[in-house]
Design a binder for this molecule. Sequence first.
Ligand SMILES: Cc1ncc(COP(=O)(O)O)c(C=O)c1O
Length: 386
Amino acid sequence: MAGFSDRAKAIKPTGIRRMFDLAGDDAIQFGLGEPDFQPPPVAIEAFHRAMVEGRNKYTSTGGLPELRRKIAESWKHLDDSLDETSVCMTMSGTNALLDIFLAIVNPGDQVLIPEPYFPLYPPDVLICGGEAVTYPCRFENEFVPDIADLEKIVSDRTVAILYNFPSNPTGATVNSDQRDLLVSFARKHDLWIVTDEVYDKIVYDGPHVSFLGAGYDKVIMLNSFSKTFAMTGWRIGYVLSSHRVAMEQVTKMQYYVTACSNDAMQYAVLEAMEKASSYPDEMRIEFQTRRDLITKRLNQMEGVSCHEPKGAFYVFPKFDTPGLNSEQLAIEMLNEGVLCSPGSAFGASGEGHLRFAYTISAHEIDRGMDRVKTVVDRLRNSNPPG
Ligand SMILES: Cc1ncc(COP(=O)(O)O)c(C=O)c1O
């Protein structure tokens, strides 16, 4: 009988999108995980020029050699063995993630996933026939995982652990000592490390700490230009690993998923990397001002506590508003004209939290925070914490 796959039926729509559907046009938007910038003009011009020059065809599956070389070079300070063959261009980080799981997950295999998580992780494991097993990244620990928790859930069926620093939704990063412990855990259990570093250019209080170059070879990175050059709608990213066989397998999967990335766009990204390399920094400086503002405003509210995020452009504050789950709280915010995401959209342990993306102007953040305060004060007055 014609029906639908168990996997399609098992996967639920994301709780982030639901809020968008409910929002009015005049809501202050803290919902979207994309920079409120445009791509660098040199990239737009190069994109147009490339199309005019006839770069409108399939490329090799791995992508434009010059661009892959440029990307490999940009990570060479961490791993000298990287070259063009270490990179496979994809049509986004989302595409890259699926390629990686398709290459390393067998039916029944387990993949350890951080919680709170970027909502694509568990369904992508499921699509590949695997099982996502979540490990906690606790508020009390500034959302950094604890090895003791990982040791409790790792099993003979575990094949990989995914790390995401800077994190969506928490904004957490790791220092190199914490990174080394997480790498040792993977080494001890012979696991792939899948490292999602799409926010590597948005790190505030020091250099980005990557899982590359940490002395372990089973590391596969997914990355993207969505956030780096404000190109979310262009859909371009990559997989990078110095593990030759991993790259062969991933590149093979990429062929069957989308054949290759976009031809003209790869020239545009190359131009951005060559001629607009300071662009990500300019955005980061603006995000940092906003981060300082939103964290301060949230922590000034009774019943709200918020870590200062060290990367990405999200805050994930905890709300003490008894009697409401995070979805109900997000709806209360929406009724006051503030669109944000319920913590539960990032896994059950996100309960009690909301995610705010500070991808709007400082002025709008201020206006939005006035409204958040109104809601929190009202809820706490009508139902005081016990
Ligand atoms: C942690 C994380 N990984 C991957 C992605 C995917 O990015 P894209 O598919 O736009 O490259 C996102 C997008 O929000 C993200 O937050």
